[in-house]
Design a protein around this ligand. Structure first.
Ligand code: G4F
Length: 329
């Protein structure tokens, strides 16, 4: 039987790298779209191990260059399309709202249109976010919770989410929306709070810094492992019918609890003398509490998270420890 082909936008991100590994394990031919970047070597560090073994087909393209999207879709003739590309940092989306709206919102529209015109028989996964809920009226949040975004990133993702639904309804295309809560891993970017706290605490332990500046410690998030979450994306496209699915652990922790856990794990004792507050890391509008209800995904997709909060952070600590230790002179 011919190999299934998958095309991933945002293949060089945290989720793109884990999804590539999962699809390769399942015997897929994996194609990815890469944006031309002047810092090419850092751009593909998460997928370097796959590139070295010549396991990926990477094509230059850009979410805002529809001709490039059409070209790559025609060349790859995918069975499945995973749209993961976006400027995904919420705080930064307040500084770069237009770029965020273009990459996460308009880029999705261009890709949906290119998909509809070139390969409408493919299946399409749209990466939505719990950030779309804004400050939710109910807890935990599920697929029926109203969307009320409070950041440019949340608004852009909501636009993309609604378009994906509209394309599914209007044209009968197989498009599934994931509504993914925070998901982390050793491949998480260093300016997201889990990686920032782990690296900052390790730097304190190794004498590389005295303190760590953070924003809102009271915010509560539902943190899972990216490896579990890409499995959910894949399962959505294997399901009999397209649909929307919340993907979450159902457990929430505050940023303070995250800090407490990491500092205790590293034997640093009381974390309070080390943490300072910096308004640069606050958002003009913050979501104080997100917790997801993934029972629909459990029932229909048989999906469950396998890695909990503590195991996730232990894995991140073990990964970053030698890297930080190596920075010591
Ligand atoms: O790690 P964060 O930056 O993630 P955030 O904003 O929740 O967004 C992440 O999850 C979304 C899913 O809900 C994704 F769609 C999105 O792309 C991204 O992956 O911040 C988590 C919490 C926030 O409440 C933030 O205000 O941590 C708080 N925080 C406190 N101090 C901080 C900091 N966040 C960052 N990045 N840096 C700080 O110093």
């Amino acid at each position: 039987m011919a190999k299934k082909r998958a095309l991933i936008t945002g293949i060089n991100g945290q989720d793109g790298s884990y999804l590539s590994e999962l699809l390769l394990e399942q015997g897929y031919e994996v194609w990815g779209i890469l944006r031309r970047n002047s810092v090419a070597e850092t751009q593909t560090s998460r997928i370097q191990h796959l590139r070295e073994r010549d396991l990926l087909r990477l094509e230059y393209g850009d979410m805002l260059d529809m001709a490039s999207l059409v070209r790559v879709l025609k060349a790859s003739r995918p069975d499945e399309i995973y749209n993961l590309a976006a400027q995904s940092h919420v705080r930064i989306s307040f500084d770069q709202p237009i770029y965020t709206a273009e990459s996460a919102g308009m880029g999705t529209l261009l890709l949906l249109e290119a998909f509809r015109l070139t390969c409408p028989g493919a299946r399409f996964y749209q990466a939505g976010s719990s950030e779309m809920f804004g400050e939710p009226a109910e807890s935990p949040q599920n697929e029926r919770t109203p969307l009320n975004p409070v950041s440019p990133y949340g608004c852009a993702k909501t636009f993309a989410h609604h378009l994906a639904r509209q394309y599914r309804q209007s044209y009968g295309l197989f498009i599934s929306n994931g509504i993914l809560f925070n998901h982390e891993s050793p491949r998480r970017g260093e300016n997201f709070v889990t990686a920032k706290v782990v690296i900052g605490a390790l730097e304190i332990r190794h004498g590389l810094r005295r303190s760590l500046a953070l924003g809102n410690l009271d915010a509560r998030r539902d943190w899972g492992h990216a490896k579990d979450y890409v499995r959910a994306m894949w399962r959505m496209l294997q399901h009999a019918a397209p649909d929307d699915f919340v993907i979450a652990t159902g457990q929430d922790r505050s940023v303070r609890e995250l800090v407490e856990f990491v500092f205790a794990r590293l034997g640093l004792g009381d974390w309070r003398p080390y943490i300072t507050s910096d308004p640069r890391y606050l958002r003009p509008t913050e979501i104080t509490h997100l917790r997801g209800d993934a029972s629909k995904a459990r029932t229909l997709l048989g999906w469950m998270p396998t890695i909990g909060f503590e195991q996730l952070l232990d894995e991140m600590i073990a990964h970053f420890e030698p890297i930080v230790a190596g920075r010591r002179r």
